[in-house]
Design a protein around this ligand. Structure first.
Ligand SMILES: C[S@@+](CC[C@H](N)C(=O)[O-])C[C@H]1O[C@@H](n2cnc3c(N)ncnc32)[C@H](O)[C@@H]1O
Length: 301
């Protein structure tokens, strides 16, 4: 049983190199225990295609639609980048809601499957899909260089990087994604100038302090001064089971947070290293749907 945030005392002594920040967590209840296996295409699964090794990576339908609804509600029906688009679990949801989607994946079969799967969801959606096969770092860096000159931006960028073996660790290191060499910080760095709203799908064993560290890093690489805006984490649960989390940063977090009722009080988590799952489980045990935690972290160089 994870420690309840209010049992954690006053927190550790904070060294000069540490920064404090606040993170808000909301819990969203999934309709079924098997939500993680329920993909976007639901009853039309016979029409869709994916390679067997992608079956655990596809964004579940309920979660994909929650992300899409948040984008549409707070940013409107604009142009979104779905980075690391896989076989299109999120892309298909965004297209079905009327958004224009740029997408990128390194795997040629996944790209073909995304086109096919998106088209299974509606006539004409492919006219709003601009998908390329290639390495995210090369393709998006090239796009960022061009769009910076033009002043063009996406309404939002959705990132669903591969989680890799690191998912089996007790706590997930955001510098060891995919094959162990992909860093979420580097991923955000490349795309920082391309939007003001960022959405990162992440494992439940990410430390809550690392969410703030990521938001602080993004704030810095965007050249913004002062304190980083508070990130919002949406944790998806079925009963006591935690599926995964989605981190909202930038404008979309600010806008959605304005609609979230404030937490009863801020929990001091500066003295401990809790994962998102542990935070959410504690909240669930207290029947709380919204929590706010004070965390400490060392700024990313
Ligand atoms: C977690 S999956 C995305 C799943 C997707 N959201 C879906 O619903 O199908 C991560 C994807 O990242 C892709 N990928 C891994 N490294 C990449 C890179 N350097 N550039 C672009 N895509 C990459 C993989 O091929 C994989 O499809």
């Amino acid at each position: 049983m994870p420690a309840m945030p209010e049992e954690l005392g006053e927190g550790a002594t904070v060294g000069a190199e540490c920064i404090m920040g606040l993170v808000t967590i909301i819990i969203t209840n999934c309709p079924h225990a098997r939500t993680a296996n329920e993909w976007l295409w639901g009853k039309i699964w016979r029409k869709v295609k994916y390679n067997f090794d992608m079956r655990r990576s596809i964004t579940p339908r309920f979660i994909a639609d929650c992300i899409t609804t948040t984008i549409v509600t707070y940013l409107g029906v604009g142009m979104v980048l779905d980075a690391f688009s896989g076989v299109g679990g999120q892309t298909a949801s965004l297209l079905a809601a009327g958004l224009t989607v740029y997408a990128c994946d390194i795997d040629a079969a996944n790209v073909e499957h995304t086109k096919h799967n998106a088209s299974a969801h509606g006539v004409g959606v492919l006219e709003r899909l601009f998908i390329r096969c290639g390495d995210y770092f090369k393709r998006v860096a090239k796009l960022a260089a061009r769009w910076l000159k033009e002043g063009t931006k996406f309404a939002a960028i959705h990132f669903d990087m591969p989680w890799g073996q690191e998912y089996n660790s007790n706590t997930y290191c955001l510098d060891k994604m995919g094959d162990g060499t992909m860093s979420a910080f580097n991923v955000l760095n490349v795309a920082a100038s391309l939007a003001d709203s960022f959405i990162v799908k992440c494992p439940k064993n990410v430390l809550i302090a690392d969410v703030m560290k990521l938001a602080d890093y993004l704030h810095g690489v965007k050249g913004l001064t002062g304190e980083a805006q508070m990130p919002l984490v949406e944790v998806f649960m079925s009963g006591d089971k935690t599926h995964m989390a989605v981190i909202y940063m930038g404008d979309i977090a600010v806008k959605r947070l304005a609609d979230v009722p404030p937490a009863a009080r801020v929990r001091d988590l500066t003295g401990t290293a809790l994962t998102l799952e542990e935070c959410a489980s504690s909240m669930r045990a207290q029947a709380k749907g919204v929590g706010c935690a004070k965390v400490q972290f060392q700024a990313r160089a």
